[in-house]
Design a protein around this ligand. Sequence first.
Ligand code: AMP
Ligand code: MG
Length: 417
Amino acid sequence: MEKRELDGLYPMLSVEEARERVLSRIRPLEPETVPITEALGRVTAEDVAAAYDIPPHANTAMDGYAVRAADTMKASPEHPARLRVIADLAAGYVSDKEVSPGTAIRIMTGAPIPPGTDAVVRFEWTRRNGDWVEITTPVSVGQEVRPAGEDVRTGETVIPRGIVLRPQEIGMLAALGRREVVVTRRPRVGILATGDELVEIDAPLAPGKIRNANTYSNAAQVKKHGGIPVLLGIARDREGEIAKKLQEGLQQGVDLLLVSGGVSVGDFDVVKKVLAAEGRIDFWRVRMKPGKPLAFGYLEFNGREVPVIGMPGNPVSVMVSFEIFARAAILTLLGARDLEPFSVQATLADGVPEKDERRHYVRVRLEDRDGDFIAHPTGDQGSGILSSMVKADGLAIIPEDWDRVEAGARVRVILLR
Ligand code: AMP
Ligand code: MG
């Protein structure tokens, strides 16, 4: 096909348009219940509300003496308030004694505030003398007291749906008395590499061959973002073989297919033909570098449309395309609220040559210099230079409308760690 015909058929989309078209085809998967010990990194499919206050009772934030604040009003080192100590209270126990004026209870951090008291005097402000304690500093009502519900109130939604669970949420679930949590099922993501030149990791490297890297970088990315990689191996650049491997993926119940290679305009770029013949192409080509020849479409299986993201084969292109499109697709399948990768503002240490009208994603190493991030491009930015990814902390986004990229420019950097 002539270039002009292709342009008419497949207008190049902006990153935003392309992402919207991908995500508009994707719905969150079903929920499932898992023990919280297995829930790290999963996405909540329920609003988690508190069934009771945390803490459930007012308790002391310090080791010291529970008192009536009024009893300490005039206390000073020269004229301490003298109170009789009527009991000792450890965390985990409730006082059966009531504090009346002139008395106190010795109390340990976390123990419930005893009846009759309204403040705690820390040990440092006291002197013990037999059954008596001398208070050398006045305290006010509520001092060192953690009220019931200080952390979480009954009925409050503490963890909303769509949150990727981190260790702190797991701890909160335990504090809420939740042994299990409802999360979205993890998507199964089929990964197919295409190319006559590819051999597997342990196969001999015959002349003209290279090792299949993309399957493994993509599988790791899928895992990192909460999916289950389903490895479909390598297909030669033949329509029949690619179609067959994709079909195998569908048989294995994948929710999303990632294909690398075979989507540009070379003689053997047959992935688009397979999509057009077996399903549909939604769009082809995105105004980005690397990653321009991205193809998106879907295949029908059991009355369901399974989205297919066809990514260019260069090892950097495929990883960047994943970060921009497949990552958001997986998070959408997971019902996650926040699809944006974490990013920081940084200053470019060097200019970047060959800026064109596309959005460029430049691999950078970040240096924290006096609180400002300096972004150092990690050498040759060719889309086959996988070592530029290995050295990178992030991807600096160079907007479409810049015609030059000079040292000192302020850029946003998507973090890769
Ligand atoms: P393609 O997008 O198929 O034209 O491939 C572009 C470049 O990426 C070529 O140099 C391929 O050899 C290389 N390539 C394609 N697939 C892979 C892969 N799975 N692992 C490593 N390199 C690849
Ligand atoms: Mg190829």
